[in-house]
Design a protein around this ligand. Structure first.
Ligand code: NFS
Length: 640
């Protein structure tokens, strides 16, 4: 297939040409080979939950309409969907748990090399969580905070502490619907129980439990991950960095760090700067060590240390194909098993590091928090060794790389918009109230060979900012935006509507703000809370002119995120539908009826422009309900 049909990124296109030329197989090829994909799976009507099956429902009504146990399409679809939520929520939450244990390791094992980078955030968190801080040292406070956070996972009754950050009206909604999360793990386990053969057959009841577990992710696991990462590795502040495959250097040892958890990647940043290792790289004939990230773990070090990002999810195989990736180290989530075979075609040393994520034949260096720095050094040395096996004649690094600004957080918005002397959300609220900014959209999530890489993200964002919608982006979506220059104040502003451009110009920010990795979608929830606290835009998140989108989603995490965002009252559009179309009732509930329960619902729309217009429509409706002023320059937009 024409590489231009597979990605909008010229760097990716070059590597895809190489793949075709050298007959190397990448995810796009495997996707094509998989066609036509299983229609039962797509509709969500295949059940493998017991050994009387597998069962499948005939979507045309000519064959079986019930599984062997009597489960209907509604039951099967709802069960399958919430099991996906369980998978996604578990991934985010286990990540959060790991950060909490890393914080414990940091204070209990000084030899680990970790330090507490943001004491002010730790103090604030301690106060919020009711930790007595008088007369205690930082280590002791950190230990107690980490323990309280860990207890959120195993809590059996009551309400999550972090969920208390939600506005009162929101919490009442959750209590009334019976979806206030009790403990992060408990809600995930309950999904697994509830979807077991012969337990719950009520699709609405199943979907409510899906919401509850997802809320435990967004207002629990992910939020713990974000907050404790800030404490441990530092709260991001806007900084300039670069992204795309061109950040790799032909004359350097290139170490690519891929996955999600900053515990290892942050330590690699430190190790890569050690003179001894740099000297070793030079002895091996390289000019130095170039560390670059992929996916979310890359984003974590990009926004905290300005380490360049080689790319997003679909770039991982392409990075190996430059023949200049000496080591690719992965922790957990979103690394493709296909990397194993591909890296065998090159000199790349693929290294797994988590006891949770291994692959037959792939070299494993076990990461242990207590010896984090030592492990990081070992990985860098592996990269240096591999460098000497590199075949320079095969090296082909695309030139493309681009500047971006990253590192906006909910906390930082106070400073950004309010200035040094008056940190506040007031200017943002005022801009929305006066009709300079129409609303705020979170455009997040993955890439998927089902779509032309980056196309839906970028077109959606352009349409939104053109209509004065401030866009917050995370994860792979933010990297797609970066590759198009949308994270640069000047380029972005040219594409923004007049009202939004004026605000961006006044504060020197791009119209698309990079707010972090996927667990940092929790920052978007907090930003919504701050806007409400500032006043003038309603009482609940569902009152706000905001919307969410995951235009190229693929992972179970994306479904969990979608559910906690909608569960928080935010209308959200997914590109391709979730696998629910096999049950018209489940579909109806998700896309309409759910709004009565939580004040938000889903829509599915593959066309990014249409999807953006649906989000804009929604914001207009909310603006009207809030009786806000008409948009300041509406006629200009209408005139195009
Ligand atoms: Ni999010 Fe980050 Fe990317 Fe999708 Fe994967 S990297 S956690 S799941 S693919 S956005």
């Amino acid at each position: 297939m024409d590489p231009k049909q597979r990605s909008i990124d010229p760097a990716a296109q070059q590597m895809l040409e190489r793949a075709a030329r050298e007959e190397l197989c990448v995810s796009w090829d495997r996707f094509d080979a998989m066609q036509p994909q299983c229609g039962f799976g797509e509709l969500g009507i295949c059940c493998r939950n017991c050994n009387m099956g597998p069962c499948r429902i005939d979507p045309f009504g000519r064959g079986p309409q019930e599984g062997v146990c009597g489960a209907t399409a509604d039951t099967i679809v709802a069960r399958n969907l919430i099991r996906m939520i369980a998978g996604g929520a578990a991934a985010h939450s286990d990540h959060g748990r790991d950060v909490a244990t890393t914080l414990l390791a940091a204070v209990r094992h000084p030899e680990s090399g970790y330090k507490i980078a943001d004491e002010a955030k730790l103090q604030a968190l301690a106060e919020e969580l009711g930790v007595e801080t008088d007369g205690k040292g930082v280590e002791q406070i950190a230990e107690e905070v980490a323990e309280i956070c860990l207890a959120e996972f195993g809590q059996q009754e009551g309400e999550l502490k972090f969920a208390q950050r939600a506005p009162e009206a929101r919490k009442e909604t959750w209590r009334k619907a019976g979806i206030m999360p009790r403990g992060i793990d408990r809600e995930i386990v309950q999904i697994m129980h509830q979807t077991h053969i012969g337990v719950d057959g009520d699709y609405k009841n199943l979907l409510l439990q899906g919401l509850r577990a997802a809320l435990g992710d967004g207002w629990g696991g992910s939020m713990v991950a974000t907050d404790l990462q800030d404490v441990l590795f530092g709260s991001p502040e806007p900084l300039q960095a670069r992204t795309n495959l061109g950040v790799m250097k032909a004359d350097h040892v290139n170490i690519l760090v891929h996955g999600h958890e900053p515990a290892l990647s942050d330590m690699l940043v430190e190790a890569a700067r050690e003179q001894e290792l740099i000297d070793q790289a030079r002895e091996a004939g390289a000019a130095g060590i170039q560390l670059a990230g992929l996916c979310c773990t890359g984003t974590e070090i990009l926004m905290r240390h300005g380490i360049p990002s080689a790319g997003s999810f679909l770039h991982q195989e392409l990075a190996v194909m430059t023949a200049a990736a000496d080591a690719m180290v992965v922790d957990v989530q979103c690394w493709m098993p296909g990397l194993a075979r591909l890296s065998d075609c090159f000199h790349t040393r693929l290294l797994t590091t988590s006891y949770k994520a291994k692959f037959p034949g792939v070299e494993h260096i076990q990461f242990e928090e207590e010896h984090a720095l030592e492990v990081a050094r070992k990985i860098i040395r592996a990269g240096i060794e591999a460098y000497s096996k590199r075949e320079p004649s095969r090296v082909q690094i695309p030139q493309e790389s681009i500047d971006l600004i990253a590192g906006f957080t909910a906390d930082y918005v106070h400073t950004l918009l309010g200035g040094k002397f008056r940190p506040s959300y007031r200017p943002l609220n005022d801009a929305i109230i006066q009709g300079r900014i129409r609303g705020v959209a979170g455009v997040v999530g993955c890439e998927n060979p089902r779509h032309k890489q980056g196309y839906c993200h970028v077109e959606m964002m352009k349409e939104l900012i053109k209509h004065d919608v401030l866009v917050l982006a995370t994860g792979c979506s933010a990297l797609a935006a970066a590759r198009e220059g949308l994270l640069q104040p000047e380029t972005g502003r040219e594409l923004a509507g007049r009202g939004l451009a004026e605000v961006c110009e006044a504060v020197g920010m791009p119209p698309v703000l990079h707010v972090g990795s996927c667990v940092d979608n929790s920052r978007i929830l907090i930003a919504c809370c701050e806007v409400l606290k500032e006043g003038g835009l309603g009482e609940d998140i569902s009152d706000l002119p905001v919307a969410g989108a995951a235009p190229e989603w693929m992972s179970e995490k994306a479904i969990s995120i979608g559910f906690y965002v909608v569960g928080s009252g935010i209308y959200t559009v997914f590109g391709t539908p979730q696998p629910v179309l096999g049950s018209p009732k489940v579909n109806e509930w998700l896309t309409k009826e759910m709004e009565q329960v939580v004040g938000g619902c889903f829509d599915w729309e593959p066309d990014p422009i249409k999807a953006a217009q649906m989000m804009i429509e929604h914001m207009n409706k909310k603006r009207k309900e809030l009786k806000l002023a008409p948009m300041m320059y509406e006629e200009e937009v209408a005139a195009g």
